[in-house]
Ligand binder design. Structure first.
Ligand SMILES: Cc1cc2nc3c(=O)[nH]c(=O)nc-3n(C[C@H](O)[C@H](O)[C@H](O)COP(=O)(O)OP(=O)(O)OC[C@H]3O[C@@H](n4cnc5c(N)ncnc54)[C@H](O)[C@@H]3O)c2cc1C
Ligand code: SF4
Length: 516
């Protein structure tokens, strides 16, 4: 029988994506009589086959955070994955430790995942819940904003958040520069000769190396490689990555936000999504740094505004939608898609260069930037009519920064339009011409982007027209789709039939397991 540990008055559970010192449930803890619990559990690491780098990041960051809490005087109960008594789930560990420490109160901060929050709420313990104040907009506040609106639009929500935060406003409370949004300037392809800055790398320390061995042994069946793990796992390292971005990449972030380039997995993106989502960076501080860089003349307005919009606009907006609409949101399938996810999403083995590059770097780095996620892997899944729930599980598994509150609305709503237009006003569907314009992928591809029918034709082209034809009834009335339907209307009937046949052929080949 193990020794009975001293009792704790209050027990605070800290989840793997809650590694912030000012977490609401940590506030007011008395290190002399309270305790903090962190637990690595199999259920959270494998409810989808998470990329091993993501599991390693979270376990390593948790272990570093636990050490930092101890240095600050907290009493920390830490359960490792290989603890022979590990109960395998967070509710299991929480009930066990609440009982063992005879805790009088158990405190938690809202979860990022509906599934886990439900499991904890029903674990049989009386729990004290705290709102997650790391976000600018609380769940209730978003619900109040959304109430009575027939359509939610990110742009209007974003303006509210600008006013609320005071970010990038002039002395009269209007937007700096006169416009709320400079997105129109942020759609440039990468010119020849421009190179992105080197990515900043962090060498694994002893704690991370131990975690890498553990994850390698336990999760080798999950897709993706552990090799070359170089991500920040402490607050200090995450700040260093952020500072590097501010100094070297933010000035060009706006201009090349939508660009894609072969062999350039990160371009001018920050790579901070995971560090921010697990609590190593603070949202308000990031936004203030960006504003300061703009006011000091170090970055142009389109870069500063574009970056702030992602953080206090899109990121807060998708979280609001998630908590407003779950659990029903996860089941939506407005196009009635049922095709299985092609196997090449797990291997990158396809002759389509854009997909090979985007999926290849995902397997390697657990990272792809926004336009690759939206206009390459997401666009293909949309055009090919893949079941949205399978697509969502893939995104949730593969990306270092993927937590359901942010992954699901982005995938199901933005990329798959499976919510019927609740999150975004039109589907992000595009032919190969978009990918040609925004990248150099087509130069190295086995297919010809200039052709739509025939064996060598870019599959995106016919699938795009096939998508528009098969969903005409749902989409034709959408004012933002009227131009494309007018264009389709001008295509001669025989040509439309040829495009339809090529689309059918591609879909049949996908169904037969052909990686195209
Ligand atoms: C289909 C799809 C799935 C996505 N899944 C996730 C996910 O699981 N987790 C996640 O954090 N982001 C997700 N995104 C949003 C975005 O792609 C990532 O936040 C971004 O690529 C992270 O890399 P970065 O830090 O280099 O971002 P940057 O391009 O440098 O942007 C800076 C920050 O802005 C925020 N941001 C930008 N766009 C969005 C957005 N649409 N929604 C929320 N935050 C945004 C992120 O915090 C990001 O770190 C998804 C987008 C799509 C289209
Ligand atoms: S030709 Fe088509 S499949 Fe090939 S890279 Fe271009 S868009 Fe992708």
């Amino acid at each position: 029988m193990p020794d009975q540990p001293p009792p704790a008055r209050r027990l605070a559970l800290v989840l793997g994506d809650q590694l912030s010192f000012d977490l609401a449930s940590l506030r007011g803890l008395d290190p002399r009589q309270d305790a903090v619990l962190l637990a690595e559990v199999r259920e959270e690491a494998s409810h989808v086959p998470h990329h091993p780098k993501k599991i390693a990041l979270i376990f390593s960051a948790m272990r570093h955070f636990a050490s930092a809490l101890r240095r600050r005087g907290y009493r920390v109960q830490y359960v490792t994955l290989d603890d022979p008594e590990n109960r395998g789930s967070l509710p299991g560990e929480l009930c066990h430790w609440a009982d063992r420490l005879r805790a009088r109160e158990v405190h938690l901060t809202e979860c990022g995942d509906w599934r886990l929050e439900q499991a904890l709420r029903h674990c049989g313990l009386p729990l004290v819940w705290h709102a997650d104040t790391r976000f600018l907009c609380g769940r209730d506040e978003f619900a109040r904003w959304a109430a009575g609106r027939e359509q939610l639009r990110m742009e209007f929500f974003y303006r509210e958040m600008r006013r609320k935060s005071g970010l990038l406003l002039d002395a009269d409370g209007g937007p700096l520069g006169g416009g709320w949004n400079y997105d129109a300037q942020n759609r440039k392809p990468l010119p020849a000769g421009i190179k992105a800055p080197m990515s900043m790398r962090f060498t694994p320390d002893a704690i991370t190396r131990e975690v890498l061995v553990l994850v390698g042994a336990r999760f080798s069946a999950h897709p993706g490689t552990l090799d070359g793990f170089d991500y920040p796992v402490t607050h200090g390292e995450a700040r260093a990555l952020w500072q590097y971005f501010l100094d070297f990449a933010l000035p060009a972030f706006g201009d090349y936000q939508d660009a894609m380039a072969s062999g350039e997995p990160f371009l001018f993106h920050a790579r901070i999504g995971a560090a921010l989502n697990i609590g190593l960076l603070d949202l308000r501080r990031l936004c203030e740094d960006v504003e300061e860089a703009y006011r000091a003349g170090r970055v142009p307005l389109n870069a500063a505004e574009g970056f702030v919009r992602q953080l206090i606009g899109w990121r807060e907006y998708v979280r609001g939608i998630y908590w407003l609409q779950m659990p029903e949101y996860a089941t939506r399938n407005a196009f009635g898609n049922s095709r299985p996810l092609p196997a090449f999403y797990w291997t990158g083995q396809t002759r389509m260069n854009c997909l090979r590059q985007s999926i290849g770097q995902t397997l390697k780095h657990a990272y792809a930037h926004h336009i690759q996620r939206l206009m390459v892997t997401g666009n293909f899944a949309l055009l090919a009519g893949i079941a949205p729930q399978q697509v969502c599980d893939w995104y949730l598994a593969m990306y270092l920064d993927a937590f359901e509150w942010v992954e699901l609305p982005n995938t199901l709503g933005m990329a798959m339009h499976a919510d019927g237009g609740y999150l975004g006003s039109k589907p992000y569907c595009a032919s190969g011409q978009y990918i040609r314009r925004m990248s150099d992928y087509c130069d190295g591809c086995a297919y010809r982007v200039s052709e739509s029918t025939g064996e060598q034709a870019c599959p995106f082209n016919a699938l795009y027209w096939h998508f528009l034809m098969r969903h005409r009834e749902q989409l034709e009335g959408n004012p933002r789709m009227s131009m494309v339907y007018k264009t389709l209307g001008r295509v001669p009937e025989t040509r439309q039939q040829a495009l339809w046949r090529r689309g059918e052929d591609l879909l049949a080949r996908l169904a037969a397991g052909d990686g195209l």
